[in-house]
Unconditional design. Structure first.
Length: 431
């Protein structure tokens, strides 16, 4: 079997791709790396039977060769990401799902669409069953993700009913495990990294809100079973054991032997008070239920983050808009922000550029020394040594990579188009 997985370089997408590969299937992974990790993609490439296409599924694409299945997992999925990337989140849930369904129709392939427990919003029914329609604020800050997924479910069912596309819909509840991005805003990764660094664990509200945490291996197994089943209607896949956020914090502190304290912050708007899946359908139809319970899953996850912390891997903070007086759309920075600076880059760390539109030009003003590499392909890069105080232009259509020769401060950055967004990401770690 040959399958296409959108969002294959993401946390869950990469685990799912690995499952298909280990089961003996060929995987075409598609990702634009807006939140995905090139390290995840490299891991999959080393397994073999994996082909990577760098592309935004929100834009049309033709996939050559036979396709037997499509698993549409492309989307910003953490609160930090979809609150800071609202338009991209809505586009991939609408245009991206439409394009994925079009590919499925063209190839006669089965499509599994990754939905979410967020379609239930702040639920008035507890636990949540698949026939519950939800309690969502469509114009709230979280609505961009909730409604994107609700629309994605609607268009998936429309393609099934009108065009006869063989579809599946999985409603994914809170999932955790290795390959989560540090600093992505998910509570498990936040707590573990903070505990390992001896920093306060940030709890929003009083910590009494509940979540149900499913370990990645269990989640992938449930998705695998659903994909290979005959069930068309939406299906909850998650761990039904419910914990308060405070209870999760206690488990993390115990398993990391951390002395970190708790720091309480205001509860975000429309943050669900409870979250627990009813998995009766998964049990009865798929013969599935999770095997890894919370404490064991946390124990399995800690070594991954401990390695990142011990090698001083940069923790990517949330992307955010940085106000600078250039009068243009400014850079989205995905590492620590400092007063008066957009981005601080440690010596020896490498950066990559990713563009939102093909017409972008980026202008940087920096302090420090940077090796800037550019060329028509990754094999044809020319070195330019950028000195302190220099402004340099970067255009689309070429491959770019930057390596800090000294500690570098990126002081200003802008694009030449007001509606375009550029991301500067410390995603490669040390060069």
């Amino acid at each position: 079997m040959r399958v296409l997985i959108t969002g294959a370089a993401g946390f869950l997408g990469s685990h799912l791709a690995e499952r298909f590969i280990t089961e003996g299937h060929d995987v075409v992974g598609l990702d634009n790396f807006i939140t995905g990790s090139r390290e995840n993609a490299d891991l999959l490439l080393k397994l073999g039977n994996f082909e990577l296409i760098e592309h935004d599924i929100s834009k049309p694409i033709e996939i050559p060769g036979r396709l037997d299945g499509i698993l549409h997992f492309a989307s910003p999925a953490s609160p930090v990401d979809y609150l800071e990337l609202p338009i991209q989140t809505l586009k991939v849930g609408s245009l991206g799902t439409h394009n994925a369904l079009g590919i499925a129709l063209l190839h006669g392939a089965r499509l599994l669409m990754a939905s979410t427990s967020e379609v239930y919003g702040d639920p008035a029914v507890h636990p949540q069953t698949e026939d519950y329609w939800g309690n969502v604020n469509p114009v709230g800050f979280r609505g961009v993700y909730d409604e994107a997924k609700r629309f994605a479910e609607a268009i998936t069912m429309a393609y099934h009913r009108y065009h006869g596309v063989d579809t599946r819909i999985v409603r994914i509840f809170n999932t955790y495990g290795p390959r989560m991005r540090p600093g992505d805003g998910r509570v498990v990764s936040n707590f573990i990294v903070q505990a390992l660094r001896g920093e306060p664990l940030t709890i929003y509200g009083d910590g009494s809100q509940t979540r149900s945490f499913c370990y990645a291996d269990d989640e992938v197994d449930g998705i695998w079973r659903l994909f290979n089943s005959d069930r068309v209607d939406p299906t909850n896949i998650g761990n039904p054991n419910e914990f308060t956020i405070r209870e999760l914090a206690d488990v993390v502190l115990e398993e990391t032997s951390s002395t970190s304290v708790l720091e309480r912050l205001p509860l975000p708007e429309d943050d669900p008070k409870v979250r627990q899946p009813d998995i009766t359908v998964a049990r009865e139809v798929l013969g599935w239920e999770p095997k890894v319970q919370l404490r064991e899953g946390i124990q399995r996850t800690i070594p991954y983050f401990r390695e990142l912390v011990e090698r001083d891997e940069p923790v990517l903070e949330s992307p955010r808009r940085v106000e600078k007086p250039w009068g243009h759309e400014l850079i989205w920075a995905e590492t620590d922000l400092y007063v008066g600076k957009i981005l601080h880059v440690k010596a020896g760390h490498a950066l990559s550029l990713q563009y939102h539109e093909q017409k972008d030009e980026v202008i940087f003003l920096m302090r420090g020394k940077m090796l800037f590499q550019a060329g028509p392909s990754a094999d044809e890069l020319v070195d330019y040594h950028m000195e302190e105080g220099q402004r340099f232009h970067v255009r689309t259509g070429t491959v770019h990579r930057m390596v800090a020769e000294t500690d570098v401060d990126i002081l200003e950055a802008s694009t030449n188009h007001l509606d375009d967004v550029v991301r500067l990401e410390d995603r490669y770690g040390r060069a």
